[in-house]
Design a protein around this ligand. Structure first.
Ligand code: ZN
Length: 602
């Protein structure tokens, strides 16, 4: 199995570790390089003026024998020589057994060079980290830790099941490199700055923290500092005695608004040329003088929505779409979340909840996504609450015939822009795409019925029409724990008296469309995008199909553009809720005439 580790190599350089310096008796880890420049010389020596043995074109794959960071010793076309590492995209080839989440007991985890507790420590991080499993060896697992491969005791590893949650990482997902690492900025808006330090001796520390004057918070900060000092000094005495170690803590202390405050302490422990990061996040209700628990106090829905948002945020730093939300919900990462002015910031020390390869991460869960689901009453958060202004133009995007493998792409861009759409689902796809539907609902989108198996309803008896609709509605209700479908989108738009009567009985409206993008026919993202933009007028319902990659691509482009043009993207039910006569069950709507919109002033 090939895994791209070019960024891991950068990390390796940063930490001064060369992954090739590992013992060779285990399953071999090999490296392949692909030439990224126009062409690349193979030289006799690792030196830019050395003799050129041959020249290879971009895209050529070479076998990498050694890598010192600047030069790679490579085998290319039967010749052995040196190429400049910066022009090679390097992949590691190694077995992949799965992923492990390590026991989180607050201690330091040491990844060893050998399956032996006294061998050299090659990687260090806090317990609770995620590792990729490469090989089994007695009581040890060989793991990948960033750019390095080493050993962890099996007793420390919990092997994750398929789909098990680890902050967006599905078991079997890939650990490809990140695009950007986020760091915190040391903003100090409150508290009296304090510092405790010891500069002499082999274990030194320098800890900055705020004294807030709120007993619960101050006690927690002091206890955390004491605990970390104890853990790190013990680790140092046990594993790095004779050398030097340091522990530094910096902090951010934010006044979010007049009531809520947050503090983040970010600590770095260094020993033996390695480092481990740790963090403490505190959220304070200054009005009540107490600490808040994000898991308990921030959200409705047991933080499920935050989990979904985190999952999409993690998706932005990981190369594969994530399915953590669909797996076992784990919200323990919320202990690293602090309130900020633009959203909930999640600070993840390297290796915690994301594989070590991803480095330190700061993920922002914007209030635009979260506000509807948050229970805190804060003007900062309230400013992001979803309010539809009937005096401003609105559009209802609808997606028929799904869900499909492309629906998630549309959901993601909708979430990003705090926009909503209506997904007209086919009943017999509900089971297969249950997670997608749950996500769509959690995000505030509307689910409409597009019949059980895409039947032209006008060819059926009233009883069969009813069955087509109810079977679909029941499946969605069961899946989501009670979501009630209020809209029918009849296949082919076919409606007769029976369809209208059944819908009236089921308290459902019938949604046609004003604009048909004909995406099903053109299958061209530019044409679909143009059709959406050309048809965008106040009150219209636009028909698309989330069955095609081209439609997902068009939506990714159109949604930000529509928002930029001032449109509110609403669901069909949201749109019709502004009708002056209300939405009438059994009635067909294809748009909402601005003449009929009840605005706030009326
Ligand atoms: Zn259809």
């Amino acid at each position: 199995m090939k895994r791209c580790v070019s960024l891991l190599l950068v990390l390796a350089l940063v930490f001064g570790i060369v992954p090739w310096a590992l013992a060779a008796d285990e399953a071999e880890i090999t490296y392949t390089g692909t030439i990224t420049g126009g062409s690349l010389h193979l030289r006799k020596e690792p030196n830019a003026s050395a003799k050129v043995l041959n020249t290879y074109k971009k895209g050529t794959k070479v076998e990498i024998l050694e890598n010192d960071g600047a030069w790679c010793k490579v085998k290319a076309g039967g010749k052995t020589g040196y190429m400049m590492a910066q022009y090679l995209d390097i992949e590691a080839n190694y077995p992949h057994l799965g992923w492990a989440k390590t026991t989180d007991d607050g201690t330091v985890l040491n990844v060893r060079a050998q399956a032996d507790g006294s061998s050299e420590i090659i990687f260090m991080c806090m317990s609770g980290a995620v590792f990729e499993l490469v090989e089994e060896k007695g009581d040890w697992y060989r793991v990948r830790a960033g750019a390095k491969f080493g050993y962890l005791p099996k007793a420390k590893c919990h092997v994750m099941e398929e789909g098990e949650f680890a902050l967006g990482l599905s078991a079997g997902g890939d650990g490809a490199p990140i695009t950007a690492a986020g760091m915190y900025s040391a903003v100090r808006e409150m508290g009296n700055p304090r510092k405790t330090s010891r500069d002499e001796g082999d274990f030194t520390y320098s800890i900055s923290y705020p004294a807030l004057g709120i007993a619960a918070a101050d006690e927690k900060i002091e206890a955390w500092i004491q605990e970390k000092l104890t853990v790190f000094e013990a680790d140092f005495r046990q594993n790095h005695a004779g050398g030097k170690a340091s522990f530094t803590v910096e902090y951010q202390a934010l006044n979010v608004d007049s009531r809520y405050q947050s503090v983040l302490l970010f600590g770095e422990y260094k020993a033996g040329g390695l480092k481990a990061e740790t963090a403490l996040a505190l959220n304070i209700d200054a009005g009540e003088g107490k600490l808040l628990s994000p898991e308990r106090d921030f959200f409705r829905d047991e933080a499920q929505w935050a989990l979904f948002c985190l999952d999409s945020a993690a998706g932005s730093v990981m190369s594969t779409p994530t399915d953590g939300y669909a797996g076992k919900p784990d919200t323990s990462w919320l202990k690293y979340a602090v309130l900020a002015r633009d959203g909930l910031q999640v600070f993840l020390p390297a290796g915690l909840y994301l594989p070590a390869a991803f480095g330190t991460q700061r993920l922002l869960l914007s209030y635009a996504q979260l506000a509807d689901r948050m229970t805190l009453s804060s003007p900062v958060i309230a400013a992001h609450l979803r309010v539809i202004d009937p005096a401003k133009p609105m559009i209802a995007l609808t997606f028929d015939d799904g869900p499909s493998e492309y629906t998630d792409r549309i959901l993601k861009v909708l979430a990003e822009y705090n926009a909503r759409a209506t997904f007209c689902v086919i009943g017999n796809k509900v089971e297969t795409y249950g997670d997608v539907i749950k996500r769509a609902v959690a995000q505030g989108n509307e689910i409409a019925c597009h019949t059980w198996n895409h039947t032209k309803l006008t060819t059926l008896s009233a009883a069969s029409i009813r069955s087509q609709i109810e079977r679909t509605n029941n499946a969605v209700r069961e899946l989501t724990g009670g979501y009630e479908i209020k809209v029918l989108r009849p296949p082919y738009g076919s409606v007769n008296k029976n369809v209208r009567t059944v819908c009236a009985e089921l308290d459902m409206v019938i949604a046609h469309w004003k604009i048909d993008t004909e995406d099903w026919s053109t299958r061209n993202s530019t044409k679909t995008y143009n059709a959406i933009m050309k048809g965008s007028k106040n009150g219209v319902i636009i028909l698309c199909h989330d069955l095609y990659m081209t439609t997902a691509a068009a939506a990714e482009k159109a949604i930000p553009k529509l928002i930029e043009k001032g449109f509110q993207l609403v669901t069909v039910s949201e749109l019709l809720s502004f009708h002056k006569d209300g939405a009438q069950p059994g009635t067909v709507y294809s748009y909402l005439d601005p003449e009929n919109i009840v605005t706030a002033g009326e």
